[in-house]
Design a protein around this ligand. Structure first.
Ligand code: FAD
Ligand code: SF4
Ligand code: SF4
Length: 648
């Protein structure tokens, strides 16, 4: 289910399906339960939202805080506590909350009730709150004396720098641009990632004591050999800044440019308007941004050869006198190989682009760039196509032409490896193993788009895992295996430690066996979160009544209002909306203190733990002398946290 899908108006949960009206084997089940000797145990598993977030957010953890189940320490606000939990994995909540397409929401179990939890909007709310309240990150308590060079100051590089600095390592970022942020600044336009928001989230990382050398291209201004000599490890996060041209004849025309070059020129303030009709070929995020920016810039009737967009984009000239000319709505067509509803761009962005006047045509492929007598592209020849996986199959007899003044290719990117040939895998990318180490290259680690172009959250996740690998490498230890569910998990030991109730180290004398009163382990508890994700059908969904999602307000801009409109389109949730939305979370895989088990146990075997011993995940205890193994508590546990296990 996606952002724009209308939620069901009725509950989708049913304990029984039509026709299931006979109590066939219940009697046997009840009797078996009576002598099964099985008793409830508490089993923590990962929720699917977390497993679907590439940066590995402990989503359930921060929703538990916003909804009031996990209370902040004395003197700290709910928002600040949630912010610190969020930024364990991702230091950019305000950016993510605006532009992450939120795969976590597609994975959310609440989709099986009526609609996903608005995870992304709560991230947005907390991110904004932290910026408004100037919450920063603490400096590391100790310096390790190790030095790491991070090449590229986009999300992957900044994420690694943040995590490594937390560990006490000295980090220097090298970036060829004037400012940090990578594609968050030079790709995505400011009405999606407002620059004050971006600056605020980057400054927090720099304030931890991270050094940044700007306008410094590695391979040109600094040589790799010097970095190797002067650092204990190197993290490559150079992204993919070289746009792919159209794979058709005539694509070498001067007015065929790449989407990343177009957006870089706009974001650097050089490109102020477009001239003539534009065709953007793509279907992903970059193509939508190009088309939407072109609509905002507007078109002027061309005044001078040097004002043509391609000259400005390629840095050969800058718009001057023509800036004052009156703008009209730019004529922008976006074409995609896939049908519009299957395009890769986020659905919300596609809908906005259509509303803002972009003509989006799906299921068509370019065949040839048709040039005029001056050698410039005058039209793009296209035809209808179907898709066989990722390969377009042209439909004969459907050819047509679209006239244009500019063709923008936004069909993918690769790394700009000039001066870095030693790292190139031959395809414009850098190879990585599971630990984000560059195979065969001691000291070298890599992450983000230069490994595999995807999303901001993915690049940030790579930065985190690579930082752990670098730390392991610096300590001279073996890498070991990464867990199957590789995210930031809830840890009951931490909860117990904070309460001064951490299990003791296991010591026993010969012949002695563990007893139920020994404190060597957490009793009746198993942590399967690194291996298992709890599916919706293991929850008691009947506990959750239909509750509409609290949606953020969105500003919709019509086609005739779009020129010159660079305002943000997403508003943040209010305090009350954020808390109400967090309450919709079903806390999949972990107790959220609903009391169902103690209310429904026919033996009164379940009771709340004494207050001083209660913590998240340790809320109730079972008297096993009273328990008859009837499994009612398991059946009514909304979160799937109780499993009948003991006594098997
Ligand atoms: C137009 C566009 C829109 C997008 N929209 C979204 C979106 O809405 N949501 C989403 O999740 N993702 C989106 N993405 C994808 C996202 O931006 C990328 O996945 C992400 O930025 C990759 O991060 P990175 O750190 O690997 O690389 P980048 O962000 O590209 O950063 C790489 C950095 O390395 C620097 N660099 C490169 N070579 C060198 C060198 N030799 N020496 C020094 N510095 C160097 C660059 O200057 C740059 O700052 C979009 C991408 C584009 C292009
Ligand atoms: S970063 Fe994206 S996927 Fe992860 S929690 Fe935020 S919105 Fe969801
Ligand atoms: S209901 Fe809550 S814990 Fe479960 S998948 Fe959705 S957001 Fe995650």
């Amino acid at each position: 289910m996606t952002h724009l899908t209308v939620a069901n108006e009725q509950l989708t949960f049913r304990r029984f399906t039509d026709g299931e009206d006979r109590w066939s084997d219940l009697q046997e089940a009840i009797f078996q339960a009576g002598w099964s000797h099985k008793c409830p145990t508490y089993v923590h598993r990962a929720p699917p939202c977390q497993a679907s977030c590439p940066s590995g957010h402990d989503i359930r953890g921060w929703l538990d805080i916003v909804r009031g189940v996990d209370k902040p320490p004395a003197g700290m606000s709910v928002q600040e506590y949630a912010f610190h939990k969020m930024t364990m994995s991702n230091p950019f909540p305000a950016v993510m909350g605006r532009v992450c397409p939120a795969p976590c929401e597609d994975g959310c179990n609440r989709n099986e009730v009526e609609d996903h939890v608005g995870i992304n909007s709560i991230e947005h709310y907390i991110g904004n709150w932290a910026l408004e309240n100037k919450v920063g990150f603490p400096k590391p308590a100790q310096e390790t004396g190790k030095k790491i060079a991070v090449i590229g100051g986009g999300p992957a590089g900044l994420s690694a720098a943040y995590q490594l600095r937390k560990m006490g390592h000295a980090v220097t970022i090298y970036d060829e641009h004037a400012e940090l942020g990578g594609m968050m600044r030079y790709g995505i336009p400011g009405y999606r990632t407002p620059r004050d928001v971006l600056d605020g989230e980057i400054k927090r990382i720099i304030d931890m004591g991270v050094d940044a050398k700007m306008k410094c291209r590695v391979g040109k201004d600094v040589q790799l050999a010097d970095l190797e000599k002067n650092n204990d490890a190197i993290f490559w996060a150079i992204g993919t800044h070289s746009g792919r041209g159209l794979p058709v004849p005539g694509a070498d025309a001067p007015n065929c440019i790449s989407g990343v070059a177009f957006l870089r020129a706009f974001n650097q303030g050089r490109l102020k308007f477009v001239t003539g009709r534009i065709i953007v070929v793509g279907g992903g995020d970059t193509s939508i941004d190009v088309a939407s920016v072109a609509r905002r810039l507007g078109h002027i009737t061309q005044v001078h050869e040097k004002d043509r967009v391609e000259h400005v984009v390629l840095g050969q000239t800058a718009h001057d006198v023509a800036s004052a000319a009156k703008r009209e709505g730019a004529d922008v067509t976006l074409t995609s190989l896939f049908p519009v509803e299957k395009m890769f761009a986020a659905e919300r962005e596609v809908e906005d682009a259509k509303r803002e006047g972009v003509d989006i045509q799906g299921g068509i492929m370019p065949l040839e760039v048709l040039k005029g007598p001056d050698g410039r592209a005058r039209a793009l020849k296209m035809c209808k196509c179907t898709m066989d996986g990722m390969t377009p199959i042209p439909q004969a007899g459907t050819e047509f032409e679209i006239e244009c003044d500019l063709i923008v290719s936004a069909i993918g990117q690769k790394g700009d490896m000039e001066g870095l040939e030693a790292m190139d895998n031959g395809k414009g990318f850098i190879n990585a193993d599971k630990h984000f180490k560059v195979p065969g290259k001691d000291k070298h680690f890599v992450g983000g788009d230069i490994v595999r172009p995807h999303l901001l959250t993915t690049a940030i996740g790579h930065g985190w895992i690579a930082s752990e690998s670098i730390n392991t490498f610096l300590k001279g230890e073996e890498f070991g295996k990464r867990p199957k569910v590789d995210v930031h998990h809830f840890n009951l030991i931490d909860v117990l430690r904070n309460m001064g109730r951490e299990p003791e180290k296991f010591v026993t004398t010969e012949g002695e066996r563990g007893t139920s009163s020994a404190n060597f382990a957490i009793h009746n508890y198993e942590d399967r979160s690194t291996k298992e994700v709890v599916p919706a059908d293991e929850l008691f969904l009947g506990h959750f009544s239909y509750t509409k999602r609290n949606k953020r307000e969105e500003v919709h801009i019509s086609a005739d209002q779009v020129i010159g409109n660079f305002d943000e389109r997403l508003k943040t949730l209010t305090d009350a909306q954020a808390a109400a939305e967090a309450k919709r979370c079903m806390s999949c895989g972990l107790c959220f203190e609903c009391d169902n088990c103690l209310v429904f146990c026919p033996q009164t075997a379940v009771s709340r733990s004494p207050k001083a011993e209660r913590g998240l995940g340790r809320y109730v205890e079972t008297d096993y002398a009273k328990c008859i193994g009837c499994h009612i508590c398991t059946d009514v546990c909304p979160t799937g946290y109780i499993q009948m296990g003991l006594g098997e």
